[in-house]
Write a protein that binds this ligand. Structure first.
Ligand code: GAR
Length: 200
């Protein structure tokens, strides 16, 4: 079975690249039908263009400037994504919270990746938060999780996969982020492929 996937990004897109590479070499039985970014400068858009994947830029600022609501932004995002009829919507470093206005269009079909274990360090600074907790002696490892997005809660929802990641003495943001990303790339591909095989 080959599934269609929309990937939403906000930045570098290394996880998008992992999906693109896995499609190319047959590990992921999918067709990435669109990549959407809320940031024009996101390098992930360039990665998508190089792979011949349609890209769409959907910024929030024009909505804010026109006093239009977040719900309007989310509704337009849902319309845009729906044009590409995805079986799955993968949030690969998408840094906006999605409201029910978006999510109700894709029930049990939105998958989020987060660089922390369930219940730990939600939000945009999970890696730095883990390093700070390590410095306080509270933890010696962090992790990665992939989960479904049922509602507006940040980085929460039914867990599909987790993997722990050790924090080494002397780790910096960069060294820990590199270790986390390498694990994310593998876990994201494997988890999305499993969803496709299970055809949930
Ligand atoms: C990834 O580490 C992902 O887990 C994180 O953004 C990064 C995107 O990297 N997502 C979150 O923090 C969500 N709260 P990438 O652009 O290189 O794929």
């Amino acid at each position: 079975m080959t599934a269609t996937i929309a990937v939403l990004i906000s930045g570098n897109g290394s996880n998008l690249q992992a999906l693109i590479d896995a499609v190319a070499d047959g590990r992921l039985h999918a067709w990435i039908t669109v990549v959407v970014s809320n940031r024009k400068a996101a390098f992930g858009l360039e990665r998508a263009r190089r792979a011949g994947i349609p890209v769409r830029y959907h910024p929030l600022k024009p909505y804010r400037d026109a006093n239009r609501s977040r719900a309007e932004y989310d509704a337009a995002l849902a319309d845009l994504v729906n044009e590409y009829a995805p079986d799955w919507v993968v949030l690969a470093g998408w840094m906006h919270i999605l409201s029910d206005t978006f999510l109700r269009h894709f029930p049990n079909r939105v998958v989020n990746l987060h660089p922390a274990l369930p219940g730990q360090f939600p939000g945009a600074h999970a890696i730095d938060d883990a390093l700070a907790a390590r410095a306080r002696g509270e933890i010696d490892h962090t992790g990665v999780m992939i989960h479904l997005v049922p509602d507006e809660r940040v980085d929460e929802g039914p867990v599909l996969a987790t993997q722990t990641v050790p924090i080494h003495p002397g780790d910096t943001h960069e060294t820990l982020a590199d270790r986390i990303h390498a694990i994310e790339h593998q876990l994201l591909v494997d988890t999305v492929q499993k969803l496709i095989e299970d055809g949930q």
